[in-house]
Ligand binder design. Sequence first.
Ligand SMILES: Cc1cc2nc3c(=O)[nH]c(=O)nc-3n(C[C@H](O)[C@H](O)[C@H](O)COP(=O)(O)OP(=O)(O)OC[C@H]3O[C@@H](n4cnc5c(N)ncnc54)[C@H](O)[C@@H]3O)c2cc1C
Ligand code: FES
Length: 266
Amino acid sequence: MHFGSDKKQNCRAIVIGNRPLSGGYYALELEAPQIARLAKPGQFVLLATAELGNEGREPFLRRPFAISYIGESRGMIRIIYRLKGRGTYLLSQLQLEQSVQLTGPLGHGWDIDGDIHQALLVGGGRGQASLLPLARELAHRGVTVDMLMGAVSADGLLCSDEFADCGYLRLATEDGSKGESGRVSKLLPELPAYDIIYTAGPPEMMRAVCDWAERVFVRCQVSLESRMGCGIGACQCCAAESKGGEQKYVRVCSCGPVFDSSEVKF
Ligand SMILES: Cc1cc2nc3c(=O)[nH]c(=O)nc-3n(C[C@H](O)[C@H](O)[C@H](O)COP(=O)(O)OP(=O)(O)OC[C@H]3O[C@@H](n4cnc5c(N)ncnc54)[C@H](O)[C@@H]3O)c2cc1C
Ligand code: FES
């Protein structure tokens, strides 16, 4: 069973923080109590960036972002976004007290129900953003959490202090500027003792993690990204190929973004 909610809200949220991190990433904090109340780790929001531009017409499609922090008591959520194109550029220009339109929480998040005592989280690049609230929730429930986080270089490692607060964290960078040198998949242990593995990041990294999980017979969940239109299961533009079952394709926005690795090809 997935950990998620079918409820979603359309609302205007007030910007309470929007600061650059390293490596082209920004942390956007929004006062959005309706969404913070409902959000679960692994879910995402759609942000309407068009209204932030001069013309107010593009980008036409709202942009999806994982919820990286759920501050229910403070009624806030945080998004960690990396500058990519027009939409994320417009987000980076948002000032305190400005408002932005958003929809969420959307999709199905990480499955954290059941008999989980030890979990492994493997993240790469912006996939780290989706794993952070999961690490918090698991630690809060008393689960032993091991985490392997990787990036191309040190400036792409996100929120290491916050991850380290949740359990045992190991880092890897491809250029060797922090942690182990090389890809994060290099850190996968030989003798795992995990009840479940969660992974989010570049597809190549997730495939390596899923192959390894299959070899060591541990259940694995993945968080997929795909281009999105409606975000609510109506337009089909986010389809991913399923590995079997009744349907050839699944919609990443409404059936995911989190899936069991046995369910989807990516
Ligand atoms: C479920 C989900 C969660 C995500 N979480 C994060 C996050 O936490 N942090 C983060 O930095 N990015 C995240 N992304 C990717 C983010 O949505 C894209 O980087 C962003 O839409 C780029 O918008 P842009 O206008 O700046 O770039 P552009 O280059 O102008 O985008 C061009 C087009 O490509 C689409 N697009 C490009 N890359 C992606 C992508 N990977 N996924 C979906 N649509 C894409 C855009 O929607 C747009 O239609 C997530 C994507 C998905 C699907
Ligand atoms: S984005 Fe429209 S169905 Fe998924």
